[in-house]
Design a protein around this ligand. Structure first.
Ligand code: SF4
Length: 475
């Protein structure tokens, strides 16, 4: 994933962009970058790795060293960016967030159609996806034509922000609106953001939420629409369930509020079935499981408690070892139990989702080691049956790493893959056997998933405007 932020203003704005980008740090752990434009100085740019130290630490010097009345920045899980480009369209800085699944084909096509064209290879030989997008744009007659061409060719997602010399911004939401792009306004200019609270904290008011594929140009003087939104929208449902920040609002729906609603619905499902009635405490697997659990506890009338708490002061979120064993070790070291809330207690935990299940299994083992009597698990979304091909959500690389898929294969081999819909549904025999098999191997006393209808109702926008691919494979 990743996130973007930018401002075009009558006044110096580098400090505000610094804070705005920092508010996107939960969306990526690899790299971050900022670029600014100032009259008399021109374009400036900085890129750093943020794997071992957070964005603020790596970029605080830009508050003195970088100047501009227009600036952009991003947190990026892959490509080093923004890139500075000089082309027949002029000098500009560009960043793009998303994923390009067909990058190799597009590069081949580009190299064979443009004499002398070349790309810089990054470490490991990969090509920077933003460089490819910049090349496609530079090869067109205008920014709009180039952006639309790039987005039509990309299999995946690309939200693009371009900063032009002179201080204008061109902001293009991805073709199907899988990730948000919001525009804020204050007396001095405009801001573009992924997370709405980032500009609100800096004194900007909501001006517009771009539609799928919509392109606008921003300058301190105004906002101009360059391309109308497309008709098909598929905003990622997981923004609300998991990776959006709780204080953000997309499509008018706040993340925290959606999570409470979602938890309430899960509690209602359990109450209707008469299960999990003897629970001592309801808790969330921190952090994003917690608001779903608050909703569950409030509705069910069971006490909410934090039976374990993450030790965060010295563990920066961006400290994320590449090796899975080390990541699990870090996750374990962060979890500190509150013995009084665990020993001899029947606990129900809500997790935002169950992807591979590795960390959840360790969490449950840890609760038993600390004396829990029963541990019941609720997933705040349906079983994940398809790997995300639009945003690179989670580090899962193949469908078979998903615990639900793997368990289905164990239960009935390839035949099971013909019945994924049944497995997703707890009312069917296959659905029941999936829940029991996962519970057996992960040592849960019970397991239930939120239904697809439940998530959609909790979000509260039309299902046809949502991407639900990872749960039902619907493109
Ligand atoms: S597949 Fe899942 S994670 Fe990916 S965009 Fe769609 S809903 Fe979001």
């Amino acid at each position: 994933m990743g996130g973007y932020f930018g401002i075009t203003s009558k006044n110096e704005c580098v400090a505000d962009v610094f804070f705005g980008v920092d508010y996107h740090s939960h969306l990526g752990t690899k790299r971050a970058g900022m670029a600014a434009w100032a009259e008399g100085i021109g374009l400036q740019r900085e890129i750093h790795k943020i794997e071992s130290a957070p964005f603020r630490t790596k970029f605080e010097h830009v508050l003195n060293d970088m100047h501009g009345t227009t600036a952009i920045g991003c947190i990026s899980d892959r490509d080093p960016q923004p890139l500075l480009v000089r082309s027949h369209l002029g000098k500009f800085a560009i960043l793009a967030i998303g994923v390009i699944n067909n990058i190799d084909e597009l590069i081949e096509e580009y190299l064979s159609s443009c004499d002398g064209a070349h790309f810089d290879a990054m470490t490991g030989g990969e090509i920077n996806g933003t460089e490819l997008i910049a090349a496609m744009i530079s090869h067109s007659n205008s920014f709009v034509e180039g952006i639309q061409f790039a987005q039509s060719q990309i299999d995946g997602t690309a939200g693009i922000v371009i900063m032009l010399e002179g201080g204008r911004l061109i902001c293009a939401r991805d073709k199907y609106g899988r990730i948000p792009m919001l525009i804020g306004k204050n007396d001095d200019g405009y801001a573009v953001t992924f997370e709405s609270f980032a500009y609100q904290k800096l004194g900007y008011e909501d001006e517009s939420e771009l539609g799928p594929g919509e392109i606008v140009e921003l300058s301190p003087e105004g906002m101009k629409q360059l391309a109308e939104p497309g008709k098909t929208k598929r905003i990622c449902s997981f923004l609300w369930s998991y990776f959006g920040y709780p204080t953000s609002t997309y499509e008018g729906v706040n993340v925290e509020v959606m999570r409470y609603r979602n938890g309430q619905k899960m509690a209602m499902n359990d109450m209707e079935k008469g299960v999990a009635t003897e629970i001592d405490y309801v808790g969330g697997v921190p952090d994003s499981g917690t608001p779903h659990a608050i909703g569950y506890a409030n509705k069910s009338g069971k006490h909410f408690a934090r039976a374990f708490i993450k030790y965060t002061p010295t563990w920066s979120r961006s400290f994320m070892p590449a090796n899975q064993t080390e990541r699990n070790k870090v996750a374990k070291m962060k979890q500190i139990p509150v013995m009084e809330l665990i020993k001899d207690k029947k606990l129900l935990f809500v997790d935002d989702s169950i992807v591979r299940g590795t960390q959840l299994r360790e969490t449950v083992e840890f609760l038993y080691e600390n004396g829990a009597k029963e541990v019941h698990i609720r997933s705040a979304c349906p079983p994940i049956l398809y790997g995300c091909k639009y945003l690179n959500f989670s580090r899962t690389v193949s469908d078979m790493e998903l615990i639900s898929r793997r368990t289905i294969m164990e239960l009935e081999g390839e035949e099971g893959l013909k019945h994924l819909e049944e497995y997703a549904d707890s009312k069917t025999e296959r659905g029941q056997s999936l829940r029991k098999a996962i519970s057996d191997k992960m040592k849960f006393d019970s397991l239930e998933f939120q239904t697809l209808e439940g998530v959609v109702e909790a979000i509260g926008i039309d299902e046809c405007d949502l991407c639900t691919y990872c749960w039902n494979g619907k493109e």
